[in-house]
Design a protein around this ligand. Structure first.
Ligand SMILES: CC(=O)N[C@H]1[C@@H](OP(=O)(O)OP(=O)(O)OC[C@H]2O[C@@H](n3ccc(=O)[nH]c3=O)[C@H](O)[C@@H]2O)O[C@H](CO)[C@@H](O)[C@@H]1O
Length: 376
């Protein structure tokens, strides 16, 4: 009897890597209920609780990121990298995967490197319009590279690239919550225009400062807000709001678990330009003002944002101009139905509808080929 297909999925660090990974796992399970999936993450990072919450087993590696500013601090990082590679090798020996998937983030480096060296077929999923260093290194051994933007031949071999878009969590698309019920679930008023403010999975300092310094404007705006601060900023945000007095038009939270409700509630979104968030805005046709983070590798969020802005599919405020312009622009725009409709129509054209399923099919093909060749 043939053995069950086993897949390793590795990566994480932030929601932008974890949620696509979970979405690929869900698609694999839906297509092949018998399949066995093991996640490999980084100890102490967000995936170590988000992945089990999604119903999958995960093992952590002691891996950490390089400090690009203080190179001398990287000795311990190198030691951790070697230990992670050894641990990844052991995990692969024990689990015996038929294919390995890397979604970016610290853990995917050692895991996919080891998988490649041990002859296991690998697939990487690059979320951004500018390839990360780890994925560029892993690409040499990878069999397939699933990307979300055109023009990625700049980084990867053309023949390996498949344009799939970024997988989005299944629950964001298949829900039936009305705008009214969604707004009520945040304790807000369905009669009012609603702006959702998100700073990526970890929150954004600049966007938070705009809100904290703009509370008077928010009070007078006639508009209401759902504000996700990120867990590092919630104490400061709550204290500032409390000091400002009664603000029933502002719902403040560190993290939104039910993003489907948040998107249903929102007439307009203010957001960082993380690739996963952008894929969600495209699929859900959300008008958005993007404020790319200037603190990410190779300034890739600006590149993500411009891919939309150049097609009139999103508005754009630079991080350094946000304090001056962001709230005014948002409050004006949410009251301009024609602008909202134009943004929504244009962003919808950039959506990839079936990303997780297409990637899952590619992974499965690699795994079955490997199984046939190796009879295991
Ligand atoms: C600072 C940083 O390194 N950011 C990177 C990270 O972004 P980050 O982790 O912020 O990821 P994305 O913007 O791509 O995705 C955020 C995800 O978190 C979800 N969400 C967000 C807030 C919330 O309260 N609840 C919630 O569930 C969103 O719905 C989305 O699915 O990975 C992305 C994908 O490689 C990159 O493009 C980003 O540049």
């Amino acid at each position: 009897m043939e053995e069950k297909i086993r897949i390793i999925i590795s990566g994480g660090g932030t929601g932008g890597h974890i949620f696509p990974a979970v979405s690929i796992a869900n698609a694999l399970k839906a297509q092949h209920p018998d399949i066995e999936i093991l996640f490999v993450g980084a100890e102490g990072r967000m995936e170590m609780h988000r992945v089990p919450a999604a119903g999958y087993q995960i093992i952590g590696l002691p891996v950490a990121g390089f400090d690009r500013k203080h190179l001398w601090k990287n000795i311990s990082v190198l030691i951790k990298l070697v230990r992670s590679q050894l641990k990844a090798r052991q995990i692969i020996k024990d689990f015996k995967p038929h294919a390995a998937v890397g979604v970016g983030g610290y853990a995917s480096g050692p895991t996919l490197k080891m998988a490649g060296m041990m002859g296991i077929p690998t697939l990487i999923q690059e979320q951004n319009s500018y390839a990360g260093v780890t994925n560029k290194l892993l690409a040499k051994k990878a069999c397939k590279i699933c990307v979300a933007y055109e023009g990625m031949e700049r980084f990867f071999e053309k023949d390996k690239i498949i344009l799939t878009g970024n997988p989005v969590r299944q629950g964001l698309l298949n829900h039936t919550l009305s705008r009214e019920a969604a707004i009520q679930s945040f304790g807000l008023d369905p009669q009012k225009k609603t702006i959702l403010i998100v700073g990526g999975s970890l929150g954004a300092r600049t966007i938070n400062n705009c809100v904290m310094h703009g509370l008077e404007k928010i009070k007078m705006s006639g508009v209401q807000f759902i504000w996700q601060t990120g867990k590092f900023y919630i104490e400061e945000a709550k204290a500032t709001v409390t000091k400002a007095g009664d603000l029933p038009m502002l719902h403040t939270t560190d993290f939104i678990s039910d993003m489907a409700a948040a998107y249903s509630a929102a007439d307009l979104v203010i957001s960082r330009a993380g690739a996963g968030s952008i894929s969600e805005f495209c699929l859900l046709q959300k008008p958005v003002i993007l404020v790319p983070s200037p603190n990410v590798a190779e300034d890739h969020q600006t590149k993500n944002a411009l891919a939309l802005v150049n097609k009139d599919a999103a508005l754009y405020v630079k991080d350094m101009e946000a304090e001056e312009k962001l709230l005014d622009l948002a409050i004006q725009t949410v009251q301009q139905p024609e602008t909202l409709t134009k943004l929504s129509t244009n962003i919808a054209k950039l959506a990839f509808k079936d990303s997780a399923n297409v990637i899952a099919q590619e992974v499965y093909k690699l795994a079955v080929n490997y199984q046939k060749k190796n009879e295991r």
